[in-house]
Design a protein around this ligand. Structure first.
Ligand code: NAP
Length: 310
């Protein structure tokens, strides 16, 4: 895929789904001469060693980043600031520091002040994931044909941005750049609020389950099952996403509640015309996503296809 390694030493801080998938993709493509990893718990480090997730697992974040020309923060959004403070004195001059957090402005606010002079901080977010987490959940094709958004700062070095973009593209993703506040609003619409709705719907069904003695689970239809898959996502990660993308989430949630009331009223008033027109519009959006190659038309929401490339 590539003509020799793009980076000499990549340090992954956090060894979960995203870091693990990056390591597997980089090693498969020969994109890094050496991938070194660190996670805070001995259990995760042991697992990573056992399955050979990275070239070397080390026992401190400082040791991982020493001499690295790329450092990736792959921990929950709420932990980014503390991790940045811990590694900052050990970062090599000229290194690129990036993150994969699902929220961008709060990560910039938390990490930015710790970044030493001469280190290039380029925040990023791969729009790829599953409901699984931990060191065993990664796979090399996770980023293939997905978007990876970079939110460079006004003074980011264009050469460093291009080098990081080259790595992202070599892992199979498409790169786009946007400003952090815009990223956070877009993601509130496309990911964060949909997750919150799924969590809520499964919570509602859970209350009903007590009344109907598990009929909700036994007879669960495709719509509900898809909600449960999303609602099985990592609780720490998603707690942090909502706490750190508060304004955009509340903005979109307000709009969602307004739309819901309009649909609720249409149902109450028997306004089939309104419902039909609304659903025709939303169907066109789904078709657009499939045409853009971001999902398949299979009735299983592309799960079989995703397994096939794993
Ligand atoms: P994950 O599989 O749960 O792995 C998280 C890693 O962070 C683990 O190695 C964990 O270490 C470490 N960690 C957790 N809390 C920490 C803390 N307080 N201090 C230091 N390290 C901590 O998570 P992931 O899915 O890879 O997510 C990592 C980042 O990617 C998050 O910022 C998330 O928002 C972003 N992201 C996730 C997805 C997705 O769908 N999952 C998609 C795009 C971006 P231990 O194992 O030792 O506890």
């Amino acid at each position: 895929m590539s003509e020799g390694p793009i980076f000499q030493r990549v340090a992954l801080i956090g060894l979960g789904l995203i870091a693990g998938s990056m390591s597997l993709a980089m090693r498969e493509g020969g994109l890094a001469a050496r991938v070194v990893g660190y996670a805070r718990s001995a259990e995760t480090r042991d697992t990573a060693r056992e399955i050979g997730l990275v070239d070397e697992v080390v026992d401190s974040a400082a040791e991982a980043v020493a001499g690295a020309d790329l450092v990736v923060l792959a921990v929950p959004v709420g932990a980014m600031g503390a991790v940045a403070a811990e590694i900052a004195p050990h970062l090599a001059p000229g290194a690129i520091l990036t993150d994969v957090g699902s929220v961008k402005q709060s990560v910039i606010d938390a990490v930015g002040p710790h970044v030493p002079e001469g280190v290039h901080f380029i925040p990023g977010h791969p729009l790829a994931g599953t409901e699984h987490s931990g060191p065993r959940s990664g796979f090399a094709t996770l980023f293939r044909n997905r978007w990876w958004l970079l939110t460079p700062l006004p003074d980011s070095d264009p050469e460093a941005v291009e080098k990081l973009s080259a790595l992202v593209r070599a892992m199979g993703a498409n790169v786009d750049r946007m400003e952090a506040p815009h990223h956070d609003l877009v993601l509130a619409v496309t990911s964060h609020v949909p997750h919150l709705i799924a969590y809520t719907m499964v919570g509602v069904a859970d209350h009903l389950r007590r009344v109907t003695e598990s009929e909700v689970v036994r007879y669960s239809a495709a719509g509900f099952r898809d909600f449960t898959r999303i609602a099985a996502s990592d609780p720490t990660m998603w707690r942090d996403v909502f706490l750190h993308n508060k304004d955009a989430t509340l903005d979109i949630l307000g709009r969602f509640a307004e739309e819901l009331f309009v649909l609720q009223r249409a149902i109450r008033m028997g306004d089939g015309e309104h419902l039909h027109k609304y659903f025709t519009g939303t169907r066109a959006i789904r078709r657009g996503i499939i045409e853009a190659g971001q999902d398949t038309a299979a009735p299983d929401f592309g799960r079989a296809a995703a397994k096939a490339v794993r």
